[in-house]
Design a binder for this molecule. Structure first.
Ligand SMILES: Cc1ncc(C[n+]2csc(CCOP(=O)(O)OP(=O)(O)O)c2C)c(N)n1
Length: 657
């Protein structure tokens, strides 16, 4: 290796001037305005960015600790490269707020994650500095490599390509596919590993141990100086001997720093360096900027840096609830926890219970122990709790193995992230008819995270497999019985539930039976067929319509596949109006299943109305705003019924009761 990059991570030794009194952040309209700032001004700017993060993010839940941790890295990147032409991809995109603040979006920053405001993730509609709209982890290296190869093929060889990836996202399978490809192509690509020792929860797996090894910097720094000394003291060696010693040095360096893995994959590994020391960061970035081939720069940061509570408890402060701002010593004054219990609470409590009832039951999360609320299970039953990291495809194939071995795995993954595992759901689970239960969290609209995170597509992507049971509890009362039932079923079962507060519909208990809907009320003027937790909303809508003199029945469908044809097709045959209601895309969803079954039975379906998510990406907003805009709240369902019944008055749609 020719370049001598062995530098200490101490500050340049430049003297810090007194911080300027006038705020700097409001004057940064684009990264070009960063040029010419002194070290003291950069220091002040970093502080102002953190203050702005605290000011805005204390008002609403948002990614907090990850953004505090990348302030210096963001400033260093934007002062070393020109991302108006160079390429920058922040993996996942949840840590992009400092980047937004210095790329022309400071004035709008207070609107972040609100309806009509800035998105909490990269968004090319907002700025040319955001190249992809993302929110799922692991694709940065692939995209940056593709951009580099694409630019090169079009003669734009002066464009640099940079991916910043966290140590939590690093173990994703796709990252290794990309590293392998990059090492093979030998493209000039810079991958920055932002190592803060955390995913959302503490990072897991063997790679974590490898990175921990890299933190033994004092040993490494001392070791490499020692080797350099030895080489320089050997007189008059040349040719092969020098080369061998250089190779030995590189090998030892990589081994000692945990970078061997990357070196083996064709990357030159540099670091680890202090990611909060801006002069050091800038110097290293300048050094690696014009190196040839793929480079990995290992940067050590601290999640929550600059806010003591956030750095001490990065799990809570990954996305904290609303909090009271900073006290005199920059501490957070109080977190405002609270709110009602959600479906995730009921499912995780149910999982805990069934794991006690049946020793064969295991649970698998893909780095979402906190989001899935599985902390109690992890503490109580660690042997049957598996956090596999951000590796959804692996999670599903691993569950298939557990099932084949005779266990009863529950794969607890958000609907949107489970998309990663589509092929493993098909081949390793469905095709083998293995008893794997998919607990699909966040199925439906999720509010402020927006289009990358809505659980929109799981009904269609699950119902296409012949032997997959596709189910959804209608309310809280259905949750535990459905979970228990699913574990008795001899084949795969997918259960979806939304990011919503628990609701309970008062009624006598009706046991869960395969493919059986629950008729809550049959109705006279029509029937609302709810798939999932819109059951409670439909009961409220029916009550409201009753006051207007309309008697709408309500069916809690419980199963999309197998569909309760006996009940639902009877409704299509007998009722003047059938409204299907689901919290998923209408393209191939529950309503489509009803139409397909009715069509196959030769029934007239002109009086079947489907309510659900449109064939469009739903923007970020509060969940209740999204449901209202989509006509999926009580008012929307009532309006749809009124409209349909007016239409029904037209002679060609008139049906006898
Ligand atoms: C495919 C996928 N699975 C899960 C998540 C949820 N998630 C968002 S951020 C995150 C942790 C990422 O850790 P890391 O990459 O180290 O970034 P950090 O927050 O530590 O800076 C996870 C698991 C996701 N965004 N995408």
């Amino acid at each position: 290796m020719s370049l001598e990059l062995e530098r200490q991570t101490e500050a340049d030794g430049q003297q810090c001037e007194e911080p300027a009194m006038t705020p700097i952040l409001p004057t940064i309209a684009s990264p070009a305005d960063l040029h010419g700032l002194t070290d003291a001004q950069f220091h002040q700017l970093a502080q102002e960015i953190r203050d702005e993060l605290v000011r805005v993010l204390s008002l609403r839940p948002a990614h907090f600790a990850s953004n505090l941790g990348v302030v210096e890295l963001c400033l260093a990147l934007h002062t070393t490269f020109d991302f108006s032409k160079d390429r920058l991809i922040w993996d996942t995109g949840h840590q992009i707020y400092p980047h937004k603040l210095i790329t022309g979006r400071y004035q709008e920053f207070a609107s972040i994650r609100t309806k009509g405001g800035l998105m909490g993730y990269p968004n090319p509609h907002e700025s040319d500095y955001d190249l992809f709209m993302t929110g799922h982890a692991g694709c940065s290296v692939s995209c940056a490599l593709g951009l580099k190869a694409g630019d090169r093929l079009q003669g734009q060889t002066d464009r640099h390509s940079v991916a910043v990836i966290g140590d939590g996202a690093l173990p994703s399978g796709i990252v290794f596919e990309a590293l392998n490809n990059a090492g093979g192509l030998n493209e000039n690509l810079l991958v920055i590993l932002n190592d803060n020792e955390m995913s959302i929860c503490p990072r897991v797996g063997a790679l974590a141990r490898c990175l921990d090894q890299a933190r033994l910097t004092s040993f490494y720094q001392g070791g490499k100086r020692h080797i350099r000394d030895i080489i320089s003291r050997i007189p008059l060696i040349g040719g092969v001997a020098t080369q061998l010693l250089e190779q030995l040095k590189d090998g030892l360096k990589a081994f000692m720093t945990g970078g061997m893995l990357f070196e083996e994959m064709g990357f030159r590994y540099f670091g680890p360096i202090d990611g909060h020391d801006l002069p050091t960061l800038r110097r290293w970035l300048r050094d690696v900027k014009n190196q040839k081939g793929p480079i990995l720069l290992h940067v050590l940061t601290r999640k929550g840096h600059g806010v003591p509570e956030a750095s001490a408890d990065p799990v809570t402060y990954h996305t904290p609830p609303v909090f009271e701002k900073i006290g005199p010593g920059r501490e957070i004054l109080s977190l405002k926890r609270g709110g009602s219990k959600a479906y995730t609470d009921a499912i995780s409590a149910g999982i805990h219970q069934v794991m006690h009832e049946d020793k064969r039951v295991c649970v698998i999360t893909a780095a979402m122990c906190q989001g899935n609320k599985l902390e109690k299970v992890r503490a109580d039953l660690p042997e049957r709790f598996f956090d596999v990291g951000i590796c959804e495809s692996h999670a599903v194939a691993f569950a298939a193995g557990l099932a084949k071995a005779g266990l009863r795995p529950i794969v607890d993954i958000y609907s949107t992230f489970l998309q990663r595992s589509f092929d493993q759901i098909f081949q390793e689970v469905a095709l083998q008819n293995l008893p794997v239960v998919f607990a699909m969290d966040r199925a439906g609209v999720v509010g402020a995270d927006g289009p990358t995170h809505h659980g929109t597509y799981d009904i269609p992507y699950m119902r296409i497999f012949p032997n997959m049971v596709v189910a959804a509890p209608g309310d809280e009362a259905d949750v535990l019985p459905m979970l228990r039932w699913s574990l008795q079923h001899d084949g795969p079962v997918a259960i979806r539930y939304p990011k919503a507060a628990l609701e309970k519909v008062e009624r006598p208990a009706q046991p869960i039976e395969l493919g059986q809907a629950e008729v809550f009320d049959w109705g006279e003027d029509g029937v609302l067929v709810a798939y999932g937790t819109f059951f409670a909303t439909c009961v409220k809508a029916a009550a409201q319509l009753r006051q207007e003199g309309l008697h709408l029945g309500v069916i809690n469908a419980r199963f999309c596949k197998p569909l309760d044809k006996g009940t639902i097709l009877k409704a299509v045959e007998e009722q003047p109006l059938v409204v299907t209601v689901e919290e998923g895309t209408l393209e191939g969803g529950f309503g489509s299943a009803v139409l397909e079954a009715a069509n196959a039975a030769g029934l007239d379906t002109r009086h079947v109305v489907r309510l659900g998510l449109p064939d469009a990406y739903v923007e970020h907003a509060e969940r209740h705003e999204q449901l209202a805009d989509l006509g999926l709240d009580v008012a929307g369902i009532c309006a749809a019924v009124r409209k349909a019944l007016d239409r029904k008055a037209a002679p060609e749609l008139e049906r006898s009761r």
